[in-house]
Design a protein around this ligand. Structure first.
Ligand code: SF4
Length: 497
């Protein structure tokens, strides 16, 4: 490194070089915390503004009147102007894209900052995203290396770094293909102060991931997109941190008394040898209750006692549908119902709260399959069922397979019409599956065979009530939801948002 450059870096340790403003909707993003840590390590200043999007939950529900009443947009723009960012950064998925695009235009107008868009939507439909006037740069894939390189590019010029697209004289300019970090232990720990400083609602529960990527390629999931995106780089989609690296972060986190840990790994049980080494060490050194997502494979049931002994209090499993062949063919998920049943039973026997995810409105579902799914849960009942309607995301194999139907409105909380079954029947099963764990055990088979009794209105309210009635005391997602709404509603009423 030239001496002058070194001198500038030393000086930069005291004087931040670029000011990067992250703008995000209400919920903590581990990805943004990693990006902030990488930028700070490179000598830049970062800040976060949260638009809580109260009563306007992208993809889930919206109450326009309440959303307008509790809008925090004006305060957010005022704070953005005060920060004077060089770069405003958005991490978006398809449902938050319209919100982020509109806000990016307003922030550009208010601050003159350039904008960079990352997140799965920007990686899935990069050509469409970069064409927007409010978007100056697109970051493809994980930005831990690309975003600091972009900041350096904005300071000193030169070619665009790997994984970054920009514009010049009205044309799109593309950097080399993205290459994600190959060694996760080399990354700085996530910048937890970023969200804590933005709003005091992120203190309970510590969000962490021991891995990135997934060994599976479900046809509806973003991991199929990332697998293709990273293919040229030679870096595997699934990467795992060392147990020592994870535990060192958690030992530091304990100083903040987070109460519990939530592992955001796509599949926490993707490496059983790693878990057999990690879990006893976690119990000895972290000693915090934790929740995680797991794939219901043939070894999960046997792992349940070790998970419970280490402090696991909740596991969320993807089931998605009943028919094994269709599960593999349409959704790309190879899981046996016998393994799912054993996992539910084994985890519950170990004292772990079990949530199962399910998808309705599938294009090849039948009344017989939904009846079989309800019957399965009457016999193998989790503590809670999360039920979604199919939402097709751009760039996924399932969206390509469904062709013209891919852009149908609805999804997640209401049917889009992918299924040959009438929406009323799907809603009845939504309600039945959601309520089934709340019914007395002796009555479940009776009600599972009578979906017509559940034709009354369901939806998000029903799900929230069902979850609140049964959730474990340290439920990460519901806890954060309640804290977020109470904090920002009171802030608005006090005139601080
Ligand atoms: S197992 Fe989960 S995270 Fe992995 S590809 Fe399937 S849906 Fe995505």
């Amino acid at each position: 490194m030239p001496a002058g450059r070194l001198g500038r870096r030393r000086q930069d340790q005291k004087t931040p070089r670029m000011k990067i403003l992250f703008v995000h909707n209400g919920y903590e993003s581990l990805g943004i915390e990693y990006l902030s840590a990488a930028l700070k390590a490179a000598g830049h200043e970062t800040a976060l503004l949260i638009d809580p999007c109260l009563f306007d939950e992208a993809g889930f529900w919206r109450s326009p009147a309440l959303a307008r009443l509790f809008s925090a947009r004006a305060a957010l723009l005022r704070k953005a102007a005060e920060f004077k960012p060089d770069l405003a950064a958005f991490s978006v998925f398809t449902d938050t894209w319209p919100w982020a695009l509109a806000l990016a235009g307003e922030i550009k107008a208010a601050t003159g900052a350039r904008t960079v868009f990352g997140g799965i939507h920007s990686s899935s439909v990069s050509e469409a995203v970069i064409k927007e006037g409010a978007v100056d740069f697109v970051c493809l894939g994980e930005g831990d290396l690309a975003l600091p390189a972009l900041a350096e590019h904005l300071e000193g010029g030169g070619p665009l770094p790997a994984g970054i697209w920009g514009k010049k004289d009205g044309s799109v300019v593309k950097g080399p293909p993205p290459s994600p970090p190959a060694v996760l232990d080399a990354l700085p720990f996530p910048d937890k102060q970023l969200f804590a400083a933005a709003a005091p609602v992120f203190g309970s529960g510590y969000l962490i991931s021991s891995s990135r990527g997934c060994p599976h390629s479900c046809a509806y999931c973003c991991n199929s997109v990332y697998r293709e995106l990273y293919r040229a780089s030679g870096v595997p989609c699934l990467r795992r941190r060392s147990a020592e690296n994870v535990l060192t972060e958690l030992e530091a986190a304990k100083a903040g008394a987070p109460g519990f840990v939530h592992f955001t790994d796509e599949v926490f049980n993707s490496d059983y040898a790693w878990l057999e080494d990690f879990l006893p060490k976690y119990k000895a050194r972290a000693a915090l209750p934790f929740s995680c997502f797991a794939f219901p494979d043939s070894r999960l049931a046997a792992l349940a006692p070790a998970l419970a002994a280490a402090g696991c209090f909740k596991v969320q499993l993807g089931v998605q549908r009943f028919d094994e062949e269709k599960r593999a063919d349409l959704l790309g998920r190879r899981a046996a119902n016998s393994d799912i049943a054993a996992a539910i039973k084994g985890l519950k026997a170990a004292g772990i709260y079990v949530t199962c995810d399910n998808i309705l409105d599938l294009p090849d579902e039948s009344a017989e399959e939904l009846a079989a799914l309800a019957g399965f849960y009457a016999e193998n009942t989790p503590d809670h069922n999360e039920v979604f309607f199919l939402r097709l995301y751009p760039g996924t194999p399932l969206a390509a397979r469904c062709g013209a139907g891919a852009d149908a409105p609805g999804g997640l909380m209401r049917p889009s019409g992918h299924s040959p079954l009438p929406p009323g029947k799907q809603r009845a099963y939504f309600t039945l599956l959601t309520l089934l764990p709340r019914l007395p055990a002796f009555s479940r088979s009776f009600f599972a065979a009578r979906p017509g009794l559940f034709g009354f209105a369901g939806g998000l309210g029903l799900r929230m009530i069902s979850r609140l009635l049964s959730r474990p005391r340290k439920d990460f997602h519901t806890g954060r939801f309640l804290h977020l709404y109470s904090h920002f509603i009171f802030a608005k009423l006090r005139g601080n948002a």
